[in-house]
Design a binder for this molecule. Structure first.
Ligand code: PGA
Length: 253
């Protein structure tokens, strides 16, 4: 477990202002568990409102446009998100890569835009079931990451990687501890190769894909797991903070 585990909720396309009470409840609970870093990425429409309501947790976005401004109807730039109160942006989520045809090059440009706007990046990666079954998961993820990661000269402390096997997202199937450990070791190797021992060694690697309060302990006990990126189970304070508590317990033991 990382020195300070990072537990991030990805609300995806869920949440109206009625969810602000949930964000407040998450924030209150997080104030009692400062050893764990807690953050949520609500939909764009709630970023500013959540930012105003919370004191402790980080607030971020789920995507952004790579440009700074201009004629791009419906898009939102990184600096606009920072202006709304976002402190980080998730980029390269498989639902963006697959559902919106985002290439590694586009994801890299987005990540660079996030860093340029002074925020932190959560870079997602992960293979589909076919790739895993073909025994190519590690090489796929390594290539995907290599082509998606931006230059992070002096910004390694603003980078987090999230390994999310696509077949585990929203399915109730989590990867085994062995699969997670193997993949996180590969990712660590790549980060050190790209950014050096000190910078690359310090980047937290989160696991994502059907994490819930019941399976969190086993996942957090796995080598090189620095926290979790949580979808469905982040939508209520009870389940989300159950996961954060599990991370805190691992530090105590
Ligand atoms: P899940 O989603 O926890 O609902 O599987 C994880 C994610 O997509 O980030």
């Amino acid at each position: 477990m990382a020195e300070r585990p990072y537990i991030v909720g990805n609300w995806k396309m869920n949440g109206t202002r009625a969810m602000l009470s949930e964000a407040r409840a998450i924030d209150r609970a997080a104030q009692r568990h400062m050893k764990v870093e807690v953050a949520i990425a609500p939909p764009y429409t709630l970023i500013h409102a959540v930012h105003r309501e919370v004191e402790q947790i980080g607030v971020g976005a789920q995507d952004c446009h790579p440009g700074t401004d201009g004629a791009s109807t419906g898009d939102i730039s990184a600096s606009m998100l920072a202006d709304a109160g976002a402190k980080f942006v998730i980029v390269g989520h498989s639902e963006r890569r697959q559902g919106h045809g985002e290439s590694n090059a586009l994801v890299r440009d987005k990540a660079q835009a996030v860093l340029d706007a002074g925020m932190r990046v959560i870079m997602c990666c992960g293979e589909d079931a076919k790739t895993r079954d073909a025994g190519k998961a590690a090489s796929f993820v390594t290539h995907q990451l290599k082509d998606s990661l931006p230059g992070i000269e002096n910004a390694a402390d603003r980078l987090t990687v999230a390994y999310e096997p696509i077949w585990a997202i929203g399915t109730g199937n989590t990867a085994s501890s062995q699969d997670i450990a193997e993949m996180h070791r590969e990712i660590r190797k790549l980060l050190i190769e790209l950014y050096g021992e000190e910078q690359g060694g310090g980047v937290r690697i989160l696991y994502g894909g059907s994490v819930n309060p019941e399976n969190a302990r086993e996942i957090f006990a796995t080598e090189e797991v620095g926290g979790a990126l949580v979808g469905g189970a982040s939508l209520t304070a009870d389940s989300f903070m159950g996961i954060a508590l599990a991370a805190g317990d691992m530090l105590d033991n």
